[in-house]
Design a protein around this ligand. Structure first.
Ligand SMILES: Cc1cc2nc3c(=O)[nH]c(=O)nc-3n(C[C@H](O)[C@H](O)[C@H](O)COP(=O)(O)OP(=O)(O)OC[C@H]3O[C@@H](n4cnc5c(N)ncnc54)[C@H](O)[C@@H]3O)c2cc1C
Length: 420
């Protein structure tokens, strides 16, 4: 069915990557009905990955900020939207098919797309000032202002965002300490081989790592903070940036009848469980992953973008096949470009191709319990990444993929430890 949809009203809640890409795709697929886009932030839609990378390090000129918009004002106007920025959705009534907004108004829908993403997991430590977190443009700017002082910074959380902030802080000339209760914090995402190299990288570039030890308190105020660690030691800092994960933005859906458990539960077609004509996409959605055999909530740019495209097509043409994620994630750590595709399983082996120290690049191919390739991580090796993506799509063993990469397979590494 190809439906220009003039009689239908699509309401999209959340005006960031997933929401914006949904409305763009709807229009490019010929949807001619009314589209309402609702966003809590009083900002034209912007991209988040640069908030911990290029933009964080930038001069924050108007040009730098505007270049980070997901679309220009002209492009936005051409979409002919009923645009409601700066107003949050506060409730959903799926029987009446109505979304209530913080300004006291309500919007009726024929089709609803929930794209409210996630928020930074709140810091448990809240001194009067000096503790910052990162999810929004304003928060990135606030962190940049503190880093520009060149004073000591403690980053709590050694995940992608925390370590990207740490790398930026080193570039700003700050004395930086990264704290995380996990000994090699990135292991779950990139596997033990690269996680271990990342710890070395931070140390080599001048950050101090306190991994395997947690934070129990942060006292004081901006410029004079004391970060107390679980081993009893204390770190003095001017600023602390707390990056301890995120939580899906579902508060407004309480009582809606949707399945809310670490996000909005959907079926394999991204249709929210518990209502009809309601989809959930992006960081807020938790959907059944066919290969992993479990429900997954992915917090990655490409996933949000893929799901927006899929749902726009489902609304205009109806979906014939379940959603499939391209499972692609990247991170910049200093001058390292890290890319992951697919996934890794705790019981599978990983094959390392290349040598970071000798060649400055490496690829690690993950196998599932049967030896079949299910994912990979590359560092500074785009050609291998592209090759692996093609080979993963056509199936085969991890060893066969390793053999096809030009560099010889060097090490066969089983998982080194049980991970946290
Ligand atoms: C600092 C940072 C760096 C990142 N770097 C990378 C990276 O290198 N690689 C990668 O793959 N991914 C990265 N990501 C993740 C990526 O940005 C997200 O996966 C992506 O933004 C998800 O898009 P989304 O639209 O689903 O959710 P979000 O971007 O979270 O947007 C949700 C929007 O909904 C709004 N909203 C929430 N509640 C309501 C409500 N009740 N009513 C109306 N609006 C509401 C929010 O204000 C927000 O604007 C990064 C994220 C951050 C924060």
């Amino acid at each position: 069915m190809n439906d220009s949809g003039t009689s239908r009203h699509v309401v999209v809640v959340g005006a960031s990557l997933a929401g914006t890409r949904t409305v763009q795709n709807l229009r490019s697929l010929g949807f001619a009905g009314t589209i309402t886009l609702i966003g809590a932030e009083d900002e034209l839609p912007y991209d988040r990955p640069p908030l911990s990378k290029d933009l964080l390090r930038s001069d924050w000129s108007t040009d730098a900020v505007e270049a980070n918009r997901l679309l220009s004002r002209d492009e936005l106007e051409a979409l002919d939207l009923d645009l409601r920025l700066g107003v949050a959705a506060t409730a959903l009534d799926t029987d009446a098919r109505r979304v209530s907004l913080a300004d006291g108004t309500a919007v009726a829908y024929d089709v609803l797309v929930i794209a409210t993403g996630a928020a930074a997991r709140p810091s448990p430590w809240r001194p009067a000032s000096g503790v910052l977190q990162l999810r929004t443009l304003a928060e990135s700017r606030a962190i940049a202002e503190r880093l520009a002082l060149g004073e000591p910074v403690v980053v709590v959380g050694g995940g992608f965002i925390g370590t990207e902030i740490a790398a930026a802080a080193v570039d700003f000339g700050c004395e930086v300490t990264v704290v995380d209760p996990v000994a090699e914090p990135m292991t779950r995402i990139v596997g033990p081989h690269i996680a271990s190299s990342l710890v070395d990288l931070h140390e080599q570039r001048g950050a101090t790592t306190r991994f395997g030890v947690g934070v129990t308190d942060i006292r004081g105020e901006a410029g004079a903070l004391t970060v107390v660690l679980s081993d009893g030691s204390e770190l003095a800092a001017s600023t602390a940036v707390v990056g301890i994960g995120s939580i899906p933005s579902t508060e407004w859906l309480a009582g809606s009848g949707l399945t809310l458990e670490n996000g909005v539960g959907t079926d394999a077609y991204l249709r929210a469980r518990g209502a009809s004509d309601v989809y959930a996409i992006g960081d807020v959605a938790r959907w059944p992953h066919p290969e992993r055999g479990m429900d997954v909530r992915a917090e990655h740019w490409t996933n949000a973008s893929d799901q927006a495209r899929y749902v726009a097509a489902a609304i205009t043409h109806s979906a014939s096949a379940p959603f499939e994620s391209s499972e692609y994630v990247w991170s910049d750590q200093y001058d390292w470009k890290i890319h992951t595709v697919g996934f890794r399983t705790p019981d599978g082996e990983s094959i390392v191709v290349g040598d970071l120290d000798a060649d400055g690049r490496v690829a690690v191919i993950h196998a599932d319990g049967d030896g079949n390739a299910c994912g990979a991580v590359t560092v500074n090796w785009i050609r291998a990444l592209n090759q692996i993506r093609r080979l993963l799509a056509s199936g085969g063993t991890a060893q066969s993929i390793a053999d096809q990469l030009q560099a010889p397979a060097a090490v066969v590494a089983a998982p080194a430890r049980k991970e946290a």
